[in-house]
Write a protein that binds this ligand. Structure first.
Ligand code: ADP
Length: 636
């Protein structure tokens, strides 16, 4: 039998495969099945487009046959097949440009063992990871002759005349020691399901399995022949053919939701919304995204599992790639199926790939656009969405600058205004449209739970003057809002800060921040400053208080007390100590009492006023016992 030598590049590749790919050896099945599917695609195309093939009748199928006796696994298709020359050209050289480029990227043997190699699939040759010998018998559709290509993957191959009944190709893999697990039906079935479930053609798995008698005793063997893939890729069907039920069923099978219970998906399990897109043009791909109705429990954990699966031409590539969508959209589940990516795409390549980058960019635009539409057309659904996913979207405000405007339209806050929308959620744009004539800023209160924020004395004067304040109770709010900059030309101001109250006192006002020398207000300030010393940055008369005697704010450039607490909890760098500014309500009887008090009573009063103002803001007192003693003394 004449022996041929592989082109040098193939020899090198084979060497790399055998020595570096063991941890990924199961992909050989994915590659062979994908080749079989391509071969059927080609024949199907020719049978409708080429007169010469019109007479070829065939029922497309891929058979995977396990032969335990022979220690072989066969992947067989009835597709286009190869003639003698094609066997030589396709399997004796590297036809595939992706593989060639891969080799070009490896300048020396030093990279042999690198992880990079392990992440490549390398088509047909990957069979040598699990084989001592591979035989490919093929008959070209329309031809009479069949040939068998044989190689042990060590540098040589032979081609000889052979026989084969139908058109198509049979790849017989003689399993080596590492490949023995692929004699097990369960093992093969799970690999086929994992990678090839959505291949368009049925994959029939054939094996001989032990038969058991009535008493459980072995009773010979039986041939088991079963289609193991779903052979449908819902996302590839035209939208007009897909019913809502189909989308729901697919979601269930996809997420595993509802597997444990009977009957239809409960409301919680059904997705809130889905977005099915087919892009045609320079880059072709299909995406089907689902927005779940509940946030997964691990959404805020560093090790969350991304929910988007990448396919290339229906072949599963990965579901462990956190970069398919930006991190803030990690709650989205679904499928990206590309026509233009190579099957052997690695993680490193994905991250730099131009095709992937544009799919990602367009997908983000599409998802955000659809959510904006949902906000307009279905306010109830949108409120549910916000209830679950407001916070991750807000992360996008500081991580995805390009889509900031779109995101600003989507995120929501609570408010002191009477909001009729479901959930009481409002947007910055809606706030702006409600602003009072001449109002200079968008006001917000942040840091702490909603209930406490709503009761804060800092809101008293805003309420009295009918100025709306956004109630921002999510931990992330303070960071997001302070970094936001003006919204459509309007400054955002935190009511916890000095300077944010400037417009509250405008109409004459009972509270004057700079009281006249000798007035009771001036006396109260002086006594409080003396009593409190280094504990405060300043003492002032407040414009924002109506009923409460005192409140604390932070200076315009200082981090808020709550933000400091948050950073501490997150274990970040300790922020410098922030001293609060104590603001007093000049009209309050306790403040008037302070103005008239002797030194001892003034100290008690000032310290109790500061202490209770801090408590209301959720801060911890440095010396609670001291506070209690002074309060008791005053009450006596
Ligand atoms: P790729 O499939 O990425 O091109 P492979 O190394 O897997 O690279 O295969 C090389 C070539 O061999 C294919 O491009 C195809 O032309 C041919 N080939 C492989 N398997 C089959 C098959 N089952 N039927 C017909 N042709 C095949």
């Amino acid at each position: 039998m004449p022996q041929h030598h592989f082109k040098t590049e193939v020899s090198r590749l084979l060497d790399l495969i055998v020595h570096s790919l063991y941890s990924h050896k199961e992909v050989f099945l994915r590659e062979l099945v994908s080749n079989a599917s391509d071969a059927i695609d080609k024949l199907r195309y020719l049978s409708v487009s080429d007169e010469a093939y019109k007479s070829v009748a065939f029922e497309p199928s891929i058979r995977v046959i396990i032969d335990k006796g022979d220690k072989t696994i066969v992947v067989e298709d009835n597709g286009i097949g190869m003639d003698e020359k094609e066997l030589e050209d396709n399997l004796g050289t590297i036809a595939r440009s992706g593989t060639r480029r891969f080799l070009d990227k490896l300048p020396d043997d030093a990279k042999k063992d690198s992880n990079l190699i392990g992440q490549f699939g390398v088509g047909f040759y990957s069979a040598f990871m699990v084989a001592d010998k591979v035989e490919v018998t093929s008959r070209k559709a329309g031809g009479e002759a069949a040939f068998t290509w044989t190689s042990d993957g060590k540098g040589e191959y032979s081609i000889e005349a052979s026989t084969r009944v139908g058109q198509g190709t049979e790849v017989r893999v003689h399993l080596n020691a590492e490949g023995q697990e692929y004699l097990g039906r369960w093992s093969v079935e799970s690999v086929l399901k994992k990678y090839s479930n959505h291949i368009a053609y049925p994959i029939v798995l054939v094996s001989e399995e032990p038969k058991y008698g009535e008493k459980g005793e072995k009773d010979g063997v039986e041939r088991k022949e079963e289609t193991v893939n779903s052979a449908s890729a819902l996302w590839r069907r035209p939208k007009s053919d897909i019913k809502d039920e189909d989308y729901l069923d697919f979601y269930k099978s996809f997420t595993g939701a509802g597997l444990s219970d009977f009957g239809s998906a409960s409301e919680e399990e059904a997705p809130l919304h889905w977005i099915h897109t087919k892009a045609e043009g320079t880059i072709e791909y299909i995406t089907l995204f689902y927005i779940p109705s509940k946030a997964p429990f691990d959404l805020y954990r560093a090790d969350y599992r991304p929910g988007v699966k990448l396919y290339v031409k229906r072949v599963f590539i990965t579901d462990d790639e956190k970069e398919l969508l930006p991190v803030y959209l990690r709650f989205v589940r679904g499928v990206i199926d590309s026509e233009d990516l190579p099957l052997n795409v690695s993680r490193e390549i994905l991250q730099q790939n131009r095709v992937m980058a544009s799919i990602r960019q367009a997908s983000v635009k599409k998802i955000l656009g659809d959510l904006a539409e949902l906000a307009k057309t279905n306010v109830d659904k949108y409120a549910k969405f916000i209830g679950e996913f407001n916070r991750p979207l807000k992360e996008g405000l500081y991580s995805d600058y390009a889509n900031r405007e779109a995101l600003l339209g989507l995120v929501r806050w609570k408010s002191t205004a009477d909001i009729s929308a479901p959930g009481g959620w409002t947007s910055l744009a809606e706030y702006k449209s409600r602003m009072k004539e001449g109002q200079k800023a968008i006001y917000y209160i942040a840091g702490g739970d909603e209930d406490r924020l709503r009761k804060s004395p800092l809101l008293e004067m805003y309420r009295k003057r009918g100025i709306e304040v956004l109630v921002c109770a999510e931990e992330i709010d303070e960071i997001v809002l302070s970094g936001l900059g003006p919204f459509e030309g309007v400054e955002l101001k935190s009511v916890n800060r000095a300077g944010s109250e400037s417009e509250l006192g405008e109409d004459g006002a009972k509270n004057e921040s700079k009281p006249e020398a000798g007035s009771p207000a001036a006396a109260a300030i002086e006594k409080a400053k003396k009593a409190l010393g280094e504990a405060v940055k300043d003492v002032r008369i407040s414009k924002r208080l109506d009923e409460s005697p005192a409140c604390v704010v932070v200076d315009s450039d200082d981090p808020s007390l709550q933000l400091r607490e948050l950073m501490k909890q997150l274990g970040g760098n300790e922020m410098p100590e922030v001293k609060p500014i104590l603001e007093l309500n000049g009209e309050h009887s306790l403040v008037k009492r302070l103005a008239a008090a002797d030194e001892a009573e003034a100290e008690d009063l000032a310290k109790v006023l500061l202490g209770q103002a801090l408590l209301v803001e959720g801060a911890k007192l440095a010396d609670p016992a001291d506070f209690a003693i002074r309060l008791t003394r005053l009450l006596k």
